[in-house]
Design a binder for this molecule. Sequence first.
Ligand code: GDP
Ligand code: IMO
Ligand code: MG
Length: 451
Amino acid sequence: MLPPTNNRVPPNAAVVGLQWGDEGKGKIVDLLTARYDCIVRYNGGANAGHTVQVGTERYALHLIPSGILSKGKINIVGNGVVVDPEKLLDEVDGLRKRGVAVGDNLRISDRAHVVMPYHKEQDAALEELLEQKSGKVGAGQIGTTRRGIGPAYSDKVRRSTALRMGDLLNHSLLLRKLETICGLRMAELEALGANVTPLVPQELADRFAAAGERLRPHITDTVYLLHDELRAGRHVLFEGANACLLDIDHGTFPYVTSSNCSTLGIPAGSGVPGRMIGKVYGIMKAYSTRVGGGPFITELLDPTGDLIRKRGREYGTTTGRPRRCGWLDLVAVKYSVMVCGADAIACTLLDVLSGFDELKICVGYRRADGTITDRFVPDAERMEGFTPIYETLPGWQRELTDCTDRDDLPREAQSYLAFVERFVGIPVELVSVGPERTQTFESTARFASMS
Ligand code: GDP
Ligand code: IMO
Ligand code: MG
């Protein structure tokens, strides 16, 4: 376990995924929560699935920050998040049923946009249309989580068809807005070829105003709340959802999500200026995974990939889909470190790599024309035909799940982390060797100096 304070850590920090999601951000946020007062989600929605394991209890959080499992913390769903109110209420009820207190420790921005049922229908209908157009099952789509994320952010940008959490607290306003939205939305759904059940403004207004009433005690202006807390000397931890390579601007477009999930989304998604964040933890799993479509240069479509999936239990927290697995791509990680301004790496799932004779790490790409690059290309079309250039490192056989210190790691595992540090240029400060809170240790010295 981490000691509750560490004098080297600046007051406000961020946790962000350096790959394509599911790096173990929830676990690391839960662990770091001991050092912070407020935990803030600034992007994404219920497309995220953050797992926290405490003893034998496993929690899957989708909209609520991972700090909720620690007592005495304020958990904030910022204005940059898109909130499915009914899903959020299910999450609240599920936590309460398991004895987790959810009251004024949960605050939701009145400016966070609402994910409505028709957004989920639009999401699914567009994916199905893309599949039909491609003429191949499972092809042509982005492979979204179908949680309505893209359509909800589209409405935010379109403005006139958007709903915000604050609107749920005013029934007549909500009804008026839905009267404009519903007719237009049905026409759009029909154009996508969806089987449209009529959208009745009154029914939707009643249903979502009821959800709003239940959420009323939590809904507030979180920008002022955060700044009041900061002025009072409280420390804030930002919890990124999704990951840098899924960022709408900096990820593998168009196979990305619809928000700025790198640290660049923090100021816009929370109202806190970027310069107030003193430390960025980039979370990197020791290999690569991806769910859904899009470029994945180091993907292993072979028994090695299957073994990683089995050992890492690589099935989606949100959709249950098997995750695509492959070797660690340090070109991609180094790019994310650059874009996110990461100061340190938390390397997770290192235990999954036990038992391999050798391990490969991608250090460059060969383009289709044979030329070589060490730069990431955040564009799916332009990555077409890229193949990985690997360094091969010796593996280790011993299970790592009981390691509590860097000196407990086999020499080969230390060398693996030293390689990461040298290539990426920042230290590996946290190492995770199992899903449980206690299966983590902090390394105060660099691994690179040890080999
Ligand atoms: P997130 O979306 O980044 O929070 O990650 P997910 O929760 O979707 O996926 C990470 C999975 O790995 C979860 O099932 C975690 O319980 C698990 N996990 C996290 N860290 C470790 C680790 O160091 N070793 C192992 N074996 N599992 C881990
Ligand atoms: P966490 O926070 C993994 C992926 C989807 C899909 C693409 C777009 O748990 O790491 P969307 O539903 O957002 O429109 O889907 O982005 N995706 C994730 N993959 N982990 C996530 O979140 C993800 N959030 C979105 O699989 O490829
Ligand atoms: Mg996840």
